[in-house]
Design a protein around this ligand. Structure first.
Ligand SMILES: CC(C)(COP(=O)(O)OP(=O)(O)OC[C@H]1O[C@@H](n2cnc3c(N)ncnc32)[C@H](O)[C@@H]1OP(=O)(O)O)[C@@H](O)C(=O)NCCC(=O)NCCS
Length: 171
């Protein structure tokens, strides 16, 4: 029954993994993945609010009923990272992570591509993210899907590390 449900709602499959939209009942598992994989944590309310705001781009990776990865994004209005005039509609990748044992199988990329599809459904002109300058694995992944490094944000993180601002033009 569970399997049938997962297949019905799959956006795509990566081997035996199902990539699908996040549901409210998935949030405790998403929060666990965030705690295990990243130093940036958020309140439960923050995850709930992002899911309500942009469910199209809150995506999870699942295998045998267990969540192993997620991406969550927001829509914002602001200056373009591609020198477009005026304000543009921008997707913002707030957080993306895959549990360590499940990395290197294409899940990060699949989550990113479905997150991008989600912000495209809201007609965003571009999408951007911040990434620690030391996080070479994530930077490589973003470059593989054609994100460009646009700037370096000084002491962006609480511990003082800089971030790269990376962006992808969608229209
Ligand atoms: C970054 C992260 C999401 C990548 O997930 P993943 O499932 O291992 O990534 P994928 O297997 O889909 O890899 C996608 C591409 O990026 C490249 N890549 C991913 N991790 C890499 C690494 N550590 N070193 C070099 N290249 C890497 C892969 O080679 C792959 O290229 P390909 O498409 O040509 O095969 C994962 O490492 C992670 O959760 N890290 C901890 C959390 C984190 O840093 N999140 C990003 C915060 S900004």
């Amino acid at each position: 029954m569970l399997l049938i449900y997962a297949l019905q709602t799959a956006l795509r499959k990566v081997g035996d993994y199902v990539i699908r939209r996040c549901d409210e009942t998935d949030l405790p598992a998403v929060i666990d993945i965030n705690m295990a994989a990243l130093p940036e944590h958020y309140s439960d309310y923050f995850f709930e609010a992002i899911l309500k705001e942009l469910p199209e781009a809150f995506i999870v990776a699942e295998i045998n009923g267990k969540l192993v990865g997620y991406i969550m994004c927001k829509i914002e209005f602001g200056f373009s990272n591609f020198r477009k005039l005026g304000f543009v509609k921008k997707g913002h990748v707030v957080s993306v992570a895959v549990l360590e044992d499940h990395r290197g199988k294409g899940l990060g990329k699949a989550l990113m591509l479905e997150g991008i599809n989600g912000v495209l459904q809201r007609k965003a002109d571009e999408i951007y993210l911040e990434v620690r300058v030391s996080n070479t694995g994530a930077v490589k992944m973003y470059e593989k899907i054609r994100f460009e490094t646009k700037s370096r944000l000084k002491s962006y993180y609480r511990d003082g590390e800089d971030a790269f601002l990376m962006a992808l033009e969608l229209s």
